[in-house]
Design a protein around this ligand. Structure first.
Ligand SMILES: Nc1nc2ncc(COP(=O)(O)O)nc2c(=O)[nH]1
Length: 289
């Protein structure tokens, strides 16, 4: 397991001995779970610090909602949202990743102190992203993605979701390396909920080992997503509200950590730290038995 250190002028993953925890900080009006809560700079920074103080290894700052059907915002608006938050969090000693598909936003975010680029498009949305990441020498999270939010549902067709997600991520990693990105700075992510049905999400969670076996650190983002809400629906079929999904999210974090995932991306850090502690105890217990 690794988090972050610095070497050769860039950021690298270093050994941690447990699953890393990435706290979600969406500075957007319309993200599905926390939209609008952190548009105010002081609220956003306070929440980022609180997640770090709760144990988060990284705070993931995003300025454009990626939920299905979300309206796109301009690069300028996205940058205006995330850069002040990144600067202030970095000034407080918080390790920050920037959640963006835009090279210009990633470049400005790294300049502002972001140590990781989290790209839900896996480099597909912006052909300039690879060069920015290679030049910045920071870790790049390549998430499995097939298109922007307005098309995601129509793109959720698979013969073999595990095999196809694996293959498409391998292609993204190969493209990154071809573009000069250090393979040791590539992380992969199955993109739960992105061009995937609930069944696809469960299948991917069940076979995370296939992605882990590729040798790249794997990040898993199940937190409070719709497939958890549907699983926990009430007798009338109404999905469990977002705020009631942290128990199920913690369970997915245990599964991910036990499968050897590098990290989990979550809204609620406290419950996730407990989940990671359980998985670490079991993994260590197994090695000491
Ligand atoms: N790497 C990565 N980044 C992401 N960014 C946004 C969302 C959408 O969820 P949010 O609205 O809760 O941020 N999910 C992911 C994810 O699963 N993996």
């Amino acid at each position: 397991m690794a988090v972050l250190g610095s070497s050769d002028g860039g950021a690298r993953l270093t050994e941690l001995g447990r699953c890393a925890v990435m706290g979600i900080l969406n500075v957007t009006p319309d993200s599905f779970s926390d939209g609008g809560r952190y548009l105010d700079l002081s609220h956003a920074v306070a929440h980022g610090i609180a997640m770090r103080d709760s144990g988060a290894d990284l705070v993931d700052v995003g300025g454009e909602s990626t939920r299905p059907g979300a309206l796109r915002v301009s690069a300028e608006v996205e940058a205006q949202r995330v850069l002040p938050v990144i600067r202030d969090l970095v000034a407080e000693g918080v390790r920050v990743s920037v959640d963006t598909t835009r090279a210009s936003v990633a470049d400005a975010a790294v300049e502002a102190g972001a140590a990781v680029v989290n790209d839900v498009s896996g480099g597909l949305a912006d052909p300039d992203m690879a060069a920015v990441v290679a030049n910045a020498r920071v870790p790049w999270i390549l998430m499995h993605w097939r298109g922007h939010s307005e098309r995601m549902n129509e793109l959720a067709g698979y013969e073999d979701v595990i095999g196809e997600v694996r293959q498409e991520l391998v292609m993204r990693a190969d493209a990154a390396v071809m573009a000069g990105v250090d393979p040791d700075r590539i992380l992969l992510d199955p993109g739960l909920g992105f061009a995937k049905t609930a069944a696809h999400n469960w299948a991917l969670l069940r076979r995370l080992d296939v992605l882990v076996a590729l040798g790249f650190p794997v990040l898993v983002g199940a937190s409070r997503k719709r497939f958890l809400g549907d699983l926990l629906a009430d007798a009338s079929g109404s999905p469990r509200p977002h705020s009631g999904r942290d128990g199920a999210t913690a369970a997915t974090s245990v599964l991910a950590a036990m499968a050897g995932a590098w990290g989990v991306r979550v809204h609620d850090v406290d419950s996730t730290m407990d989940a990671v502690a359980v998985s670490t105890a079991v993994r260590l217990g197994a090695s000491r038995a």
